[in-house]
Design a protein around this ligand. Structure first.
Ligand SMILES: [Zn+2]
Length: 108
């Protein structure tokens, strides 16, 4: 984990559609292709894209907080990201943040 938050496989690049928790059209189940409308049924996917983007930003914020030692913010950000759009790396991040918070000195 030395390549920074935007590294491949660490929860996505600038495009939320590249996160490994593959998005699917909620109407027909077609694979998400990072277009505003579903390529199969034409459903408006913008709300879904907005959610995934919010989750991506929350994960990024959580990583920044984790590196800065702000464990509360890291945990909250990771949990928020998982609520919005659960991904494998997001679950790992949430676990990591929770683990760091547990291991932090002076917190009981
Ligand atoms: Zn569709």
């Amino acid at each position: 984990m030395t390549a920074g938050p935007e590294a491949a496989g660490a929860g996505g690049g600038p495009a939320p559609a590249r996160t490994e928790g593959a998005l699917r059209c909620p109407v027909c189940g077609a694979r998400f292709r990072a277009t505003a409308d579903c390529s199969r049924c034409g459903a408006d996917l913008r709300p879904l894209m907005a959610l995934a983007a919010s989750a991506w930003r929350a994960r990024r914020g959580a990583r920044v907080a984790l590196r800065a030692g702000d464990l509360t913010r890291a945990e909250e950000g990771a949990a928020e990201a998982e609520r919005l759009h659960s991904t494998r790396s997001g679950r790992r991040l949430a676990l990591l943040a929770a683990w760091y918070a547990l291991a932090a000195p002076g917190d009981g």
